[in-house]
Ligand binder design. Structure first.
Ligand SMILES: [Zn+2]
Length: 134
């Protein structure tokens, strides 16, 4: 799968967090893509164990949620770092969106510690914890 699948995965995760159902339609609407495209990604998630299909609805598996949280964490940690260094929030957010999928996890962890392990990003959203230690 190309890297862009992560965008779909994060969006699916957000749909679920907002208490809505993940379907080809809801995902397509959120991302402004066609329904067949959204469907294709959801099928890929199922075949790679990131989601499962129950009736007409998709649900992220533990693995899928963990992967989505990892990307969201990358985004929010980088965004916080940039914002604290004088970058406008909007710009920090855009930059974080570009880097979130390619930055190494251990780099993000080092940044996270260096900025004092913040609990929230500058938008006030929770920075998810993805530690595997427990
Ligand atoms: Zn952001």
């Amino acid at each position: 799968m190309a890297n862009s699948y992560l965008k779909y995965l994060v969006k699916a995760y957000e749909i679920e967090c907002n208490g809505k159902k993940i379907t080809p339609k809801s995902l397509a609407d959120e991302l402004n893509v066609s329904r067949p495209t959204a469907f294709e990604y959801l099928q890929k998630f199922v075949s790679s164990g990131l989601a499962k299909k129950i009736g007409k609805v998709y649900k992220l598996t533990e693995k899928g949620m963990k992967e989505a949280k990892r990307i969201i964490r990358n985004h929010r940690v980088i965004e916080t770092l940039l914002y604290r260094n004088g970058v406008e929030l909007e710009e920090a957010c855009q930059c974080a969106s570009k880097i979130q999928e390619i930055v190494d996890d251990d780099i993000v962890e080092k940044i996270f510690v260096s900025i004092g392990c913040p609990k929230f990003c500058p938008h006030g959203r929770v920075i998810p914890d993805v530690s595997t230690g427990h």
